[in-house]
Design a protein around this ligand. Sequence first.
Ligand code: SF4
Ligand code: SF4
Length: 77
Amino acid sequence: MPQIKISPDRCKGCELCVQACPQQILGMSRKINKKGYFYAEVVEQPRCIGCRLCCIACPDVAIEMKVHGTMYHYFAY
Ligand code: SF4
Ligand code: SF4
């Protein structure tokens, strides 16, 4: 099962990942991070299909994905 990890302190609360997720399993936290933004979080991890659109959409490279033990990093371009 794919695992998504969002680094709260890298997030700037732009919600691009929330919009990008076809499963609509990402949402915004009610807590704020060190930068003062509401940050994204995974709401329903078991429904993730591993499409990686959230990782690609994030301009701040705040989202990491692990599939079968392999960590994928996506960089802004
Ligand atoms: S990998 Fe795809 S389904 Fe999973 S959280 Fe990211 S956008 Fe949503
Ligand atoms: S796309 Fe990245 S910076 Fe924007 S809300 Fe999602 S995790 Fe945060």
